[in-house]
Design a protein around this ligand. Structure first.
Ligand SMILES: Nc1ncnc2c1ncn2[C@@H]1O[C@H](COP(=O)(O)OP(=O)(O)OP(=O)(O)O)[C@@H](O)[C@H]1O
Length: 702
């Protein structure tokens, strides 16, 4: 049995565990997933609450307007067996529609502390929430809008093993169930509305039909800029049982692989579409389910379910991996690589780059969509191109961010939440919602779980949009920085794409120098803490011995510091050492003494050396900085070692290797140069200290 599976006590309430549609476990589908009973259950609930599903067009239309254009929901999975065996802590606390991540951290002096990160979303679902409840909160409110020319998209986002597939797979079934039920309403039956299903995946930028033996598909745009996927098989479905069979079939054809966190990891984006079409006449051939002809019916509305590939697959593995086997000669600043390792890493890099590109593009489209922008950047990736018609006109989007609760996944969890937060907060409605007291307006999880019918969910959205109350401050840094310079922030803080524990190279990969980080670190206490996401920095800037503290992450705008400010800051920095009351020395040698110090990246800048009186304190700080720098490199190597296991299955690509080697060589030599410069700086301070001691001895009267 997959040891990432969860203990039974965690899944007792979960009707879909193990994920019934997971390839390889599909046999258990029949037993595990009792559609009939589920339907009966729902009908029962609906009757109980006397708020039945909308049954006529008018009612549906009213509801449609109340459904939020973008809804961001977070789902936390329970700790799995492996994590429990390792006695990993659950670092995510869910309350109402908000959650707190307690990130364990270490200071330079190895004191442990916890950094809290708070987020709030449209809904936050904890580990006890069932897939049925997820459906009710996310997709159910959208279903009636499909009959009103709405193109809806529901996608799951998160690191590998966080429960995306587990969450997404039952949703189309539930949706199909409701759609079929609505189709049987006289108002739609009379108009010859029918439900059609297609299922395909995007892997490495290419499209494959999952219901037609992975036939390669191509995408074309017609004269009206409508995207058509040429050759995609579409099947008319009138029964949920048929939908179930198609989904099973499609899932069995998906590209999966094994990752450290998930035995059966998705390496592609899987897209299942349910389209409601209006037919003028019924052709015999269609009854055989072998015709895929969009022209046979006019699309009324559509819902796409997207199970995205793990968000961290990207550069993480590809960049870190070769570091493990490379040998860095610190003195000569040269790096040697084992080429076969790089070859393996390269294929993951290409795979990851495509995933990254599409996740970024998806976010951009959602943002543009919610801001009612005329230009939607759907050409950013294959994924968004394919979903083009879901981004124009009347559309609805639900993003389900899946997170793992264990301490080991903390960085990925934070990255996922930041991505979700940006999707929400950068949008027009998200900004409005920032000012609302969400906790008082949205239902609690318990509320959500009791929200068994559409109108309740709709009301929540409604209230959410109308009221304006002050909201709790959270993640101020992200918001403030983004309002200062959104472009920079977008790339700088693109968390989904980059490896954890490799912050320095993340910046380099983005073409951003980490020199600023080093500058801030060296230049003054006022800028301390502004780069809380960087391990070295954050640990370096924590001076409180509290075991748990809340870090107000307010980042000052980045700008060039003037010479005066710089010298002023230098003064502050000296004061920090406890000798700030001493007036600056007038010794011209000391004033002029300075040097071009290198940042970690090797970028050089003028750093005036401090007065000798403070050198002892500075030496300590320098040593700590070097220790932290070394630790960062070691940590990176450690992560790489773990991810080595992933490479076993990778084929060997034969091209692009040289470019990759050059790129890595550059990154590593800059890192090495940074360390060498820090060591040189330390030596220089030591030398000056010795000089000072000799001088003092000479001055002592005999
Ligand atoms: N909320 C949950 N309750 C119970 N079990 C869960 C939950 N979420 C995930 N799981 C279990 O965790 C494991 C990993 O989940 P899943 O395959 O859905 O992850 P994923 O995010 O799709 O990973 P990948 O990106 O690698 O495909 C599965 O065994 C699944 O049954």
């Amino acid at each position: 049995m997959d040891d990432t599976e969860l203990l039974s006590e965690h899944v007792i309430s979960e009707p879909f565990d193990p994920s019934p549609l997971m390839p390889g476990v599909s046999k258990g589908f029949e037993n595990d997933f009792n559609l009939t009973s589920s339907r009966q259950q729902r009908e029962q609930t609906d009757t109980d609450l006397s708020v039945p599903f909308p049954t006529n067009g008018k009612e549906t239309s009213t509801k449609e307007n109340n459904v939020a254009k973008i809804k961001v929901v977070v789902r936390k999975r329970p700790l799995n067996k492996k994590e429990l065996a390792r006695k990993e802590d659950d670092v995510v606390t869910v309350y109402d529609n908000a959650l707190t991540v307690h990130e364990p951290k270490l200071k330079v002096d190895l004191t442990a502390y916890v950094e809290k990160h708070e987020f709030c979303f449209d809904a936050v679902l904890d580990e006890h929430v069932t897939n049925d409840e997820v459906y009710r909160v996310t997709v159910e409110p959208i279903i009636p809008t499909i009959f009103q020319r709405t193109k809806a998209t529901c996608f799951a986002y998160g690191q590998t093993g966080s429960g995306k597939t587990f969450t997404m797979q039952p949703l189309p079934l539930r949706a199909a169930e409701d759609l079929v039920r609505l189709l049987h309403q006289p108002v739609y039956r009379n108009q010859r509305f029918k439900l059609w299903l297609s299922f395909f995946e995007i892997y490495g930028g290419k499209l494959f039909d999952l219901l037609s033996e992975r036939k390669k598909l191509c995408m074309r745009e017609d004269g009206r800029q409508q995207v058509c996927i040429v050759g995609l098989q579409e099947f008319e479905v009138s029964d949920v049982q048929i939908v179930k069979e198609f989904i099973e079939k499609g899932n069995a054809s998906r590209s999966t692989g094994s990752t450290g966190a998930n035995e059966e990891s998705s390496r592609s984006h899987a897209i299942l579409q349910l389209a409601v079409k209006k037919h003028s006449e019924v052709k015999d051939s269609r009854r055989n389910n072998d015709v895929n002809d969009y022209r046979s019916g006019k699309v009324v509305g559509k819902i796409s379910f997207i199970d995205l590939a793990g968000s961290e697959r990207a550069l993480a593995i590809a960049i870190k991996l070769p570091l493990w086997h490379c040998r860095v000669n610190w003195v000569h600043q040269s790096v040697e690589y084992p080429v076969h390792m790089l070859r393996n890493a390269l294929i993951l890099r290409i795979e990851g780059a495509e995933i990254n590109k599409s996740l970024l593009a998806l976010k951009e489209c959602i943002r543009a969509l919610d801001n009612d922008q005329i230009h939607i950047p759907f050409r950013g990736s294959k994924l968004t191109e394919v979903l083009r018609d879901s981004f124009v006109g009347n559309s609805r989007t639900v993003m389900i961010s899946c997170i793992s609760p264990n301490a080991g996944s903390c960085e990925h969890t934070l990255n996922t939440l930041r991505y979700a937060d940006r999707v929400k907060s950068l949008s027009k409605s998200g900004n409005a919602r920032k000012d609302q007291a969400a906790s008082s307006l949205l239902p609690t999880n318990k509320d959500a779980s009791s929200t068994s019918s559409l109108p309740v969910s709709v009301d929540v959205d409604d209230v959410y949009q109308q009221q304006e109350v002050k909201v709790m401050g959270r993640r101020v840094v992200e918001k403030e920085t983004s309002s200062y310079n959104p472009t920079t922030v977008d790339y700088n803080k693109q968390p989904s794409s980059f490896p954890s524990g490799f912050s320095l190279n993340e910046r380099e990969e983005n073409g951003l120098s980490s020199g600023m980080a080093d500058r801030e670190r060296f230049e003054g206490s006022s800028s301390f803490g502004s780069l809380a996401s960087q391990k070295v920095n954050s640990s370096y800037t924590q001076h409180s011995a509290d075991t748990e503290e809340k870090v107000p992450k307010v980042s000052p705008p980045r700008r060039k510091i003037s010479r005066e400010e710089k010298s002023e800051k230098n003064g502050n920095w000296l004061k920090k050492d406890g000798s700030g009351s001493d007036p600056p020395t007038t010794n011209s040698k000391q004033q002029n003494t300075g040097n071009y110090s290198a940042s970690n990246t090797g970028s050089r800048q003028y750093e005036p050396d401090p007065p000798v009186g403070n050198i002892n304190a500075i030496l300590e700080e320098e040593e700590a900085l070097i220790a932290a720098h070394r630790k960062e490199i070691e940590d990176t190597m450690e992560i790489v070692r773990e991810e080595m296991k992933l490479l076993a299955e990778v084929e060997q690509p034969g091209s692009l290797i040289d470019n990759y080697v050059t790129q890595l060589s550059f990154v590593l030599s800059r890192k090495a140069a940074g360390l060498v410069s820090l060591q040189a700086r330390l030596a220089r301070f030591q030398h000056r200290l010795r000089e000072q001691e000799i001088l003092n001895r000479k001055r002592v009267p005999r």
